[in-house]
Structures are given as structure tokens and as C-alpha cells.
Design a protein around this ligand. Structure first.
Ligand code: SF4
Length: 447
């Protein structure tokens, strides 16, 4: 059967793409959960949050119906608190650290409670932070994703004027462009970006790309400081024969397409192979299954113990009926005419551990064939190596090198998020943007 759209009935699409983690549907339900919290003195949940949200404090505020105060506590640490409540891998962060796990009881649903407060703040446009008097300083931020907006918001609070240069025509970065539709909707992403910018002093200039429509030198001339938060670049290529065939697509592109089209318009194969085992791979696989693919197989070159996605994500894929092939690496896309017919994989084994303790896959020389009419590549993204070279930015394999205060090799040019770490969670990018803003404020004040 060829790749085609409109595989299911309208009501089936609605059912398949219903929100995965619905919000509390009434105040009482939120209060019951909030009142279970033990308000631990050394709160392991807070310690495991990369942005350090004071979890017991915001939950306590919910119990006293101080929702504004609760939203303030969350946004003080993480201005993307609403988005993070939907996309954070909480099983390995706050909820995974909740003491209730030790008691073999369900952890406090921290993300759901966080969503309860922050979404109310966004819907009602509560302005929880006052801007300080204008400093007369201007900062250019490259990228309107979680790192860029987090940095911009913190700077705006300090009375700095910020211009964000965004290469796409919408803000939100990976939140908007690379996360499955049953986790965040395009409308939610748009509302969150608008809310963050509503503090004032932040202007987003869309369709502006560093190295194409503007150079770093331009920005250095026009502004008092620059923050680079442009994320990572293009999808990593497999570099195997047949990769250019019709039916081989990039996972981020496939996920984003669903934002631009309705469910029944997005073509999906009948037998789909997804290459990779990160969050994007799982999102692409489950999206393909929910769009009506008969068979979805995820291929990964290591074992389950080394997988980059969480157990929770993998369970979603399993529950959706996706097949899993461990210890297999793509070797060649088999093409007939111009259309994909399948994938030849190499069987792998695990060799010695690298410096991080992670064992590397080794080619056994044996191969096998998987039939497919669509292959989705989710083997990670590559840093903007060419851009780094063009702008003479110090980097390690395309990842920007920064000093303690977030500054790059150019004085006054700071960086953070995926373009530095190579691609981590949204919450890590938010924290990096926040910390860089502190460095920028110090730089602007001449410290
Ligand atoms: Fe509450 Fe669990 Fe955090 Fe303790 S660890 S403060 S119970 S959410």
C-alpha cells in the first residue's frame, strides 16, 4: 500500500490525538492531589528540576487557593513553566524524585499541578513581574526558542530592550516545531510565546537568520550584547545508499507537518520504520501509528539499557503497538523506482564503554531486511558547524564553547541551550537562557 493520507475516520483521528496528559478538570481534584504533598524540607523534587522550581512552595500555594502566587513561584524559576509541565520527562526529574516513590505510592502529579497554575496565568494574562526602569541597554537574542525567550524575559525584567532574531515565522523553537501534537498544540505554543513577550521590551523579528539575513558583526555593532540561542541545526543524515529516495523523511519535519496540516491530510506509510530511540523518534513513531500506519518499527543500534528516551516514552510507543528492534543499525535503503521498499540493517553488538561509561555499538557483519514504504530519520540533529566557522565562534564539533558566565570567545557575545549542549531537554535550555541573562546583566553593568 502506498504512502497516503486520510487512512482513518475523523472520530478516530480525534481519539488518537487527544491530549496524552489531560489537565485537572476541576479545582477539587487539584486540591486533593496538592494536599497529599508532604512539603519535604529538603525537597528532592526541587533538587532534580534543572530550573530549581520551588515545588513544595508552589504546591502549598495551590492548597490555599493562591494560584497567582503559585504561578509566580513557578515562573520566577522557569518562564516556560506551562510548556515544561506538558513536555518535561518528569519521570526522570521531579516526579521521579518524589518521596512517595520510596513509599511505593504514586508520586505527587507535580507537572499536572504546575499546569493548573501556569495555564490559568496565561489564559488570564496575569502580569506577575514588573519591569525595572529602562537601562537604555539593548541586547540582540538569536532564536525565539526556550533559551532565547528565557534569556529575553529575564533581561526585559531588568529594564533591557531585547530584539529577538528568529529564522522561522513563529516563536517557541522546538516546543513549536518538534513535539508531538498530543503533547502541545500550536495554539498553546503561540499563547505561551505571547504571554512571555507581554512583559514588554521584547520584540521578535521573524524570518531573520544569523549568517543569512544578518551577521554577528552587524549585531555586535547595533547592540550592547548578543545572546546566541539558535538551537541545533539540520537532521543528522544517515549517510547510507538510498537515503534520498521518496518516502525517507526527517522526523522533525514529519512532526511539524502535522502542525501545518489536519490529521487526514498528512501522508503516512503502511509499514513505517523509525530510526533512533530519542524523544523525537518516539514522537514520530507514535504519530505515524496514530495517523493510521499498519506497522511501525523503531530501530536502535544499542540496547534498551542505553536508550535516550524515558521508560514512560517507550511505554507509550509499546502501548501504541510500535515494534522495537534493538542492536540494529541502518545499512542501506532499498529502493524500487524512486520509492522506498525497505531497509537493510546491520546486527550490532555492544563493545567497550566510552568516557561517559556508555557502551558503544559494534558491527557484527550480519545483516537483515525490514520491509517498509516509509522511513523516518530521527538520529539526532547536527550543530550549526558551518555557521560557527563563518562567524569564527569557538566550538567543539559545532557546539559553541562558553566560559563560566556564558560568554563565548567574543566579549559581549553569550550563548546557551542546544547550540552549546548539542540538544537536551526544553527545561535545560530555559535554565541556560536564564543563567546567560545573569552574565549579560553583569557584563552590561561593567562588572
Ligand atoms: Fe511534595 Fe513529593 Fe516534593 Fe516531597 S518530594 S515536596 S512530597 S512533591
Amino acid at each position: 500500500m502506498p504512502i497516503r493520507s486520510n487512512r482513518l475516520k475523523a472520530e478516530q483521528y480525534e481519539e488518537n490525538f487527544r491530549e496524552l496528559r489531560p489537565a485537572f478538570d476541576n479545582k477539587e481534584a487539584a486540591l486533593v492531589e496538592a494536599n497529599r504533598c508532604l512539603f519535604c524540607y529538603d525537597a528532592p523534587c526541587t533538587k532534580s528540576c534543572p530550573t530549581g522550581i520551588d515545588v513544595p512552595k508552589f504546591i502549598k500555594q495551590i492548597t490555599t487557593d493562591n494560584i497567582k502566587g503559585s504561578a509566580h513561584t513557578i515562573f520566577e524559576a522557569n518562564i516556560f513553566g506551562a510548556g515544561c509541565s506538558r513536555v518535561c520527562p518528569v519521570e526522570k526529574l521531579c516526579e521521579g524524585s518524589c518521596v512517595f516513590n520510596l513509599l511505593h505510592e504514586p508520586p505527587i502529579p507535580i507537572a499536572k499541578l504546575q499546569r493548573y497554575s501556569t495555564e490559568k496565568a496565561i489564559h488570564e494574562n496575569w502580569q506577575l513581574f514588573a519591569r525595572k526602569d529602562a537601562t537604555g541597554k539593548r541586547v540582540a537574542v538569536v532564536g525565539a526558542g526556550p533559551a532565547g525567550l528565557s534569556c529575553a524575559h529575564r533581561l526585559a525584567r531588568e529594564g533591557v530592550e531585547v530584539d529577538i532574531y528568529e529564522k522561522e515565522n513563529r516563536g517557541g523553537g522546538l516546543m513549536t516545531y518538534g513535539i508531538a501534537a498530543y503533547k502541545v498544540t500550536p495554539q498553546f505554543c503561540e499563547d505561551e510565546v505571547s504571554y512571555i513577550c507581554s512583559i514588554g521590551g521584547i520584540r521578535i523579528r521573524y524570518n531573520q537568520e544569523l549568517g543569512v539575513t544578518c551577521s554577528l558583526a552587524d549585531l555586535q555593532t547595533q547592540y550592547d550584547a548578543v545572546f546566541l540561542g539558535m538551537g541545533v541545526g539540520l537532521a543528522r543524515q544517515l549517510e547510507i545508499p538510498g537515503e534520498e529516495a521518496t518516502g525517507v523523511v526527517d522526523a522533525i519535519e514529519f512532526i511539524y507537518q502535522l502542525r501545518a496540516k489536519t490529521y487526514n491530510q498528512l501522508p503516512v506509510g503502511d509499514q513505517v520504520i523509525v530510526i533512533g530511540m530519542g524523544m523525537t523518534a518516539i514522537d514520530a513513531a507514535t504519530q505515524a501509528k496514530r495517523l493510521g500506519a499498519r506497522e511501525v518499527t523503531i530501530v536502535y543500534r544499542r540496547t534498551e539499557a542505553e536508550k535516550p528516551c524515558t521508560d514512560y516514552e517507550l511505554d507509550i510507543a509499546r502501548l501504541d503497538g510500535c515494534g522495537l528492534v534493538w542492536l540494529a543499525a541502518p545499512k542501506e535503503v532499498v529502493v524500487e523506482g524512486e520509492q522506498v521498499k525497505g531497509l537493510i540493517c546491520t546486527k550490532m553488538d555492544l563493545g567497550a564503554a566510552d568516557a561517559t561509561g556508555r557502551r558503544s555499538p559494534v558491527d557484527t557483519g550480519e545483516t537483515f531486511f525490514l520491509e517498509a514504504d516509509m522511513i523516518i530519520k530521527a538520529a539526532g540533529q547536527m550543530p550549526f558547524a558551518a555557521l560557527m566557522q563563518k562567524e569564527l565562534l569557538a566550538n567543539a564539533s559545532g557546539k559553541l564553547i562558553i566560559h563560566e558566565n556564558g560568554q563565548t570567545n567574543y566579549p559581549g557575545v553569550f550563548a546557551g541551550g542546544d547550540c552549546v549542549n548539542g540538544g537536551k531537554e526544553v527545561v535545560d535550555a530555559v535554565q541556560a537562557g536564564k543563567l546567560a541573562a545573569v552574565g549579560i546583566i553583569e557584563y552590561l553593568s561593567g562588572k
